[in-house]
Ligand binder design. Structure first.
Ligand code: DAH
Length: 352
């Protein structure tokens, strides 16, 4: 028969063995914490055994107390070690899962590219900047005064009918041309030249959209004002422009025309890219294709914007990038520029 003390001693030993074994087998931190509470908590088996010590002699109690402390320490240590091991294993598992294979080919992000009209505008800008021009901009919601009146198109002038407009109020409209930027820049300069600018941007007209018309399109206005500017300066500039944009073998010709803000006014044609001037179906047998309007700045326009026509002359032109793109790339429907069909747009992909 074991004495009370011996049986308690054995009991503590088996608690330790049980505990160490269960701790060793714990699968995760939650299970481990439950075991810690189970064995070391206030209602645990060690505390239970200690309660039974009260009937023992002081020596036996001392001895058992030491053993129970050792058992507690040993269980606590086992819990701590196991906890570290489980945490380490968890991190290792996570690292293994999240490992990056640097040898895999990368995924190329789908980048956009500039719109074909933007590319053409940039090409036009590059050319004129190279000739010493600077780029000016104006608002798309424009005053009637700048869009028409300061360009020698007073209210009731028949030329207003040529440019059906989107009016917002009696005073404000969506600009029908980029020419109003001319007037804005001239007024800023207080009658002092020289001026050499181009003004690219969007313009709007009340048109029914079809293959050759759009209620929105782009224009690049050009304006040069200085002393001793002549029509031959305009011709030389535009001839060079046509060669750079369309090819060295291209020529231009002037045809008399009318614009209220220029006098004389001309329509400018470039030799057809298909037949180079011999005549074919593309140019309707004329050998030429119209690319822009231009002329010498009308004295009224100079005067209204503060320039003395006795001292200053100038030329102006209005290029249509939509038309330039159509001729360069053989596009047969202007609506393609604005309907955002990726199959169309991707043909003009260009790296920035
Ligand atoms: N603004 C004109 C238009 O939209 C184009 C134009 C023609 C501009 C002749 C000019 C010019 O500066 O001189 O039809």
């Amino acid at each position: 028969m074991l004495t009370m003390s011996e049986s308690l001693m054995e009991n503590l030993q088996s608690i330790e063995n049980d505990a160490l074994q269960s701790i060793e087998q714990a699968q995760d931190l939650k299970q481990l914490n439950n075991l810690r509470v189970k064995y070391l908590g206030k209602k645990g088996p060690i505390q239970e055994a200690m309660k039974k010590m009260k009937d023992l002699s002081p020596e036996e109690r001392k001895e058992l107390g030491q053993v129970s402390n050792k058992v507690k320490t040993s269980i606590q240590e086992a819990v701590t070690n196991k906890q570290e091991a489980l945490e380490k294993a968890k991190i290792e598992a996570q690292m293994a899962k999240e490992k990056i294979d640097v040898t895999l080919p990368g995924r190329k992000p789908n980048l956009g590219s500039p719109h074909v009209l933007q590319q053409v505008i940039r090409e036009i800008e590059d050319f004129f900047i190279g000739m010493g021009y600077s780029v000016a901009e104006g608002p798309e919601v424009e005053l009637d005064r700048f869009n028409f009146e300061l360009l020698n198109i007073p209210k009731g002038h028949p030329a207003r009918d040529m440019q059906d407009s989107f009016y917002i109020t009696d005073e404000y409209l969506l600009r029908t041309q980029t020419s109003p930027v001319q007037a804005r820049v001239m007024l800023e300069r207080n009658g002092k030249g020289p001026i050499k600018i181009i003004c690219p941007g969007k313009v709007y007209r009340r048109d029914d959209d079809d293959a050759t018309h759009s209620h929105q399109f782009t224009q690049v206005e050009g304006l040069v004002i200085d002393e001793y500017i002549t029509l031959s300066d305009l011709k030389g500039t535009l001839a060079e422009f046509a060669r750079k944009l369309f090819g060295e073998d291209r020529k231009i010709r002037f045809r008399p025309s009318f614009f209220p803000f220029t006098e004389p006014s001309v329509e400018v044609d470039v030799t057809c890219g298909k037949c180079l001037g011999d005549g074919c179906s593309m140019c309707k047998q004329t050998g030429y294709i119209e690319i822009l309007g231009a002329g010498m700045v009308h004295p009224n326009v100079l005067r209204m914007s503060g320039f003395d026509p006795e001292t200053y002359q100038g030329f102006a032109f209005g290029i249509g990038p939509d038309r330039v793109a159509i001729l360069k790339y053989g596009i047969d429907d202007i609506r393609q520029f604005y309907t955002n069909d990726l199959r169309f747009l991707k043909q003009f992909n260009e790296e920035w």
